[in-house]
Design a protein around this ligand. Structure first.
Ligand SMILES: Cc1ncc(COP(=O)(O)O)c(C=O)c1O
Length: 394
């Protein structure tokens, strides 16, 4: 178990540092824990936590350390550097990397660091065997089977002979086979059948693969047949229902992330004055306006121009004008605010959740999370207290 949380500043030190932040993200780890337990209860299947893309913006290391402390035994990353970062942080859980490898050093490092590598070609299998021989350690792999997404993977019709080939390699251990659904119910049924046919073909040859996996959030919600030995939730783990139809899923998820910022400057503009680039907003009357030190650098979509919902002292106010790289303006009519006032740009609940913000912007929730800047400080909470900090200045 990593000592990550023990080596963090104290809650009062974190609160002190936060006083100087102009924009930051707050991550409620208890909510991620709630979602994990709810997904476990719902599927009664092993969970592979998808922590790729900086844990969907939530911060790779603290989130994965927390998940491991909650009993998660598997996680998935998209990039080899993410897997290496987790090992550097002292994490021992199983890591499935879906990255592609190009250099001999990369093959060697996945073996050395006990990272489970996604493969689907003989070339990759042979290179891993070579690296494993060199390192004197077995390589671990999941084989990606293409059941109809036509993105990557060994074609389902070629999968049995390919997996048989890998299975025979003395230093490469096949831990699992997996595939990704199209998320189209008719097609998904066929895709599952194809993976099960591959598995049956392998069993006939006496090859038993311990783990079969197909489900990401969509199938975790709606397709119990697709759960198999391991489900791979990403969005749902972070408490986001990717689409409106998902709200009917029998789980009770809690969004874990909020984006906060401070007002930098309060001013009054006169009726008829243009505000922000291109005069994107024209004041219909004399108005008090607050300029917030946050913008599309942090991940606020530019499509929120004049449409954002910003919580100021308990009241949702509209954003005004265009979203700049580092500035975002809010109507302060009827609310108290001054330099330093904390406002909420994305909230766990209310009018500015991730889903509602994405809907206003015309973005997917996935895009919204993946545009949160890695340098925006992140503060992690448990039991209402800040317990960890990711701060580029330290
Ligand atoms: C292979 C794979 N499995 C699982 C997931 C998780 O998807 P979701 O966030 O929809 O749960 C992803 C994310 O794109 C993925 O690429």
């Amino acid at each position: 178990m990593s000592s990550y949380f023990e080596n963090q500043p104290t809650p009062s030190e974190i609160k002190e540092r936060m006083k100087g932040y102009s924009s930051w993200l707050e991550i409620n780890l208890d909510n991620i824990g709630n979602n994990l337990r709810d997904l476990q209860r719902h599927t009664d299947t092993t969970i592979m936590a998808v922590v790729k893309n900086n844990a969907y913006g939530h911060g790779l290391v603290p989130v994965t350390v927390y998940l491991e402390s909650q009993g998660v035994e598997w996680c998935m990353v998209a990039k080899l550097y993410e897997a290496l970062k987790l090992r550097e942080a002292g994490l021992n859980l199983n890591i499935l990397s879906m990255d592609v490898l190009f250099t001999p050093e990369q093959y060697l490092s996945v073996v050395e660091k006990k990272i489970t590598q996604t493969i689907y070609t003989r070339e990759d299998a042979d290179k891993l065997q070579e690296a494993a021989e060199k390192a004197g350690k077995h390589a671990k792999v999941f084989i990606k089977v293409d059941t109809g997404l036509n993105r990557v993977g060994v074609r389902h019709s070629d999968a049995v002979s390919f997996i048989e080939y890998v299975h025979k390699l003395s230093m490469v251990d096949v831990e699992g086979i997996f595939s990704t659904f199209q998320q189209n119910p008719e097609m998904d049924k066929e895709m599952l059948d194809k993976l099960l046919t591959v598995d049956a073909g392998l069993k006939k040859k006496g090859i038993n693969i311990p783990i079969r996996s197909m489900a990401s959030t969509d199938a975790t919600f709606h397709n119990p047949d697709g759960w198999l030995e391991l489900v791979r939730p990403g969005m749902s783990l972070y408490g986001v229902y990717p689409e409106k139809k998902d709200l009917s899923a029998p789980v009770d998820l809690l969004q874990a992330l909020s984006l906060k910022a401070r007002i930098e400057y309060v001013k009054t503009v006169e009726r008829g004055e243009g505000v922000t680039y291109w005069g994107k907003f024209v004041a219909p009357k004399r108005m008090r306006i607050g300029t917030i030190h946050a913008g599309f650098y942090d991940g606020v979509p530019r499509e929120m121009a004049n449409k954002g919902r910003i919580l100021v002292n308990g009241v949702y106010k509209s954003s005004l004008g265009s979203v700049s790289l580092n500035h975002y303006l809010v109507d302060l009519d009827g609310v108290d605010a001054e330099k330093g006032t904390v406002v909420e740009l994305i909230g766990e609940t209310g009018e500015n959740t991730l889903s509602k913000t994405a809907e206003i912007a015309g973005w997917m929730t996935y895009s919204l999370l993946n545009h949160l800047h890695a340098n925006t400080p992140r503060v992690y909470y448990r039991g209402g207290e800040p317990v960890a900090l990711l701060d580029p200045a330290h």
